[in-house]
Design a protein around this ligand. Structure first.
Ligand SMILES: [Ca+2]
Length: 197
């Protein structure tokens, strides 16, 4: 896992300098994914960190600190956002909206989970395909109430943090303001397939 993320990080640096090459291998997602959180954004200056702090409410700043203590190793990349694993996961303390799950060459393509219905509240967004990711480290176990998926490929929500129970398919290039199994999902798997939902 660590090796894979280092490879993805290398891809970020490379892709900001040149036309993205075709990515292959276990961690490959799509050619646009790795541009979503830039190298510069992952290395904010002290002044930028102060600006993020000033741009957030006291409760948002408290939530940022709480999450960084819960899962160390994140980088604050905005007033509301923490990037983990070189930008492969972004945690948003909210209030997020549908537009916070973008799709584009520079914004990347994401599978996004919202704590509230109608694509609102806290948000988690993922772009790293091919393995199961627990929602527990983000205090998102049994929280998900709506989703958006701007990747062209499917994602699957599972009942338990280890992938057990139901598998709810989140179709690519789609979103939903509610889910059948409200407040039960424990993990997410970003697939590389576009069919079968
Ligand atoms: Ca919820």
């Amino acid at each position: 896992m660590k090796l894979g993320r280092k490879m993805a990080f290398t891809a970020i640096v490379t892709m900001t300098l040149a036309v993205p090459p075709a990515v292959t291998g276990a961690q490959a997602t799509s050619t646009t994914d790795a541009t979503a959180v830039t190298y510069a954004a992952l290395h904010p200056s002290v002044a930028q960190i102060h600006a993020f702090n000033a741009g957030a409410t006291p409760s948002q700043n408290a939530a940022i600190g709480q999450q960084l203590r819960r899962l160390p190793g994140g980088v604050r990349i905005g007033a509301r956002q923490i990037a983990y694993y070189n930008g492969m996961v972004v945690y948003d303390v909210g209030p997020a909206s549908l537009s916070d799950c973008p799709s584009g060459f520079f914004s990347g393509q994401w599978s996004c989970l919202y704590a509230d219905s109608n694509n609102a509240g806290r948000m988690l967004k993922f772009q790293d395909a091919g393995y199961l990711q627990s929602l527990v480290p983000y205090n998102f176990d049994n929280m998900t109430s709506s989703w958006a998926n701007t990747r062209g490929q499917n994602a699957y929500l599972h009942d338990t943090p280890t992938g057990g129970g139901y598998a709810l398919c989140l179709a690519g290039n789609s979103h939903s303001t509610s889910i059948p199994n409200n407040d039960t999902a424990g993990s997410i798997y970003l697939a590389k397939s576009t069919s079968g939902c």
